[in-house]
Design a protein around this ligand. Structure first.
Ligand code: 5GP
Length: 211
């Protein structure tokens, strides 16, 4: 039986790197459980409350933060974002691969609390491509696009603190790389302590084999 422990996988990357698209393609049948963040930013056209985010007021956000209901939180380009703790804890306890799609500061906060968390940085093939994707997405005005592009350059020096770098040149390929790295992580002995203990404590009648 697969007794691999639950784990946390954090996916970060610049706005427009395609994180959302890649994360949506991770197969729940493989054990992935994607966390839904809370945010104080306004929903974009087509975004659904409770699915893309829990869209909440600043007062609600402050209350959650003060009541220690957030695993991590950060202010990004004028809005607050945070990861609700109970979902993550529950899914990890069930052995799931919990995926957080969050920016770098939040990711490093989580890594401090959970050193076993796996940090993946998703990068578009070039900066020009990132610019093109943000403009084509059409969800932000010119000022916000510029803020987001600036922010992505600020994130570059922090990439060294990540465990993996995945270039998102094509979604299916990026998803396959995430699957591969998660699989490799799950095979580490440190994540399979129960299996090792069970094997070691098996009662074998050694006298059976004596000549
Ligand atoms: P967007 O407004 O484009 O949905 O998200 C802006 C940035 O905030 C993205 O880099 C996204 O990954 C990040 N983000 C989304 N949810 C969270 C969260 O719960 N915590 C943190 N720290 N960042 C988040």
């Amino acid at each position: 039986m697969d007794r691999t422990m639950g784990m946390l996988v954090i996916i970060s990357g610049p706005s427009g790197s395609g994180k959302g698209t890649v994360v949506k393609k991770l197969d729940p049948d493989m054990g992935y459980a994607v966390s839904t963040s809370v945010t104080t930013r306004n929903p974009r056209v087509g975004e659904v409350n409770g699915k893309d985010y829990f869209f909440i007021s600043e007062e609600e956000f402050v209350k959650m933060r003060e009541e220690h209901q957030l695993l991590e939180h950060f202010a990004y380009v004028g809005n607050y974002y945070g990861t609700p703790k109970p979902y993550v804890e529950r899914q990890i306890a069930e052995g799931k691969i919990v995926v957080l799609e969050i920016e770098v500061n939040g990711a490093l906060q989580v890594k401090e609390k959970f050193p076993d968390a796996v940090l993946v940085f998703l990068m578009p093939p070039t900066f020009t491509e990132l610019e093109r994707r943000l403009v084509n997405r059409g969800t932000e005005n010119a000022v916000t696009i510029e803020d987001r592009l600036k922010k992505s350059l600020e994130e570059i020096p922090l990439i060294d603190q990540y465990d993996y770098l995945v270039i998102n040149d094509e979604v299916a390929r990026a998803v396959a790389k995430v699957d591969a790295l998660v699989m490799a992580e799950r095979l580490k002995p440190v994540r399979n302590q129960q299996t090792i203990k069970d094997f070691a404590s098996s009662q074998v009648k050694m006298e059976h084999y004596k000549l």
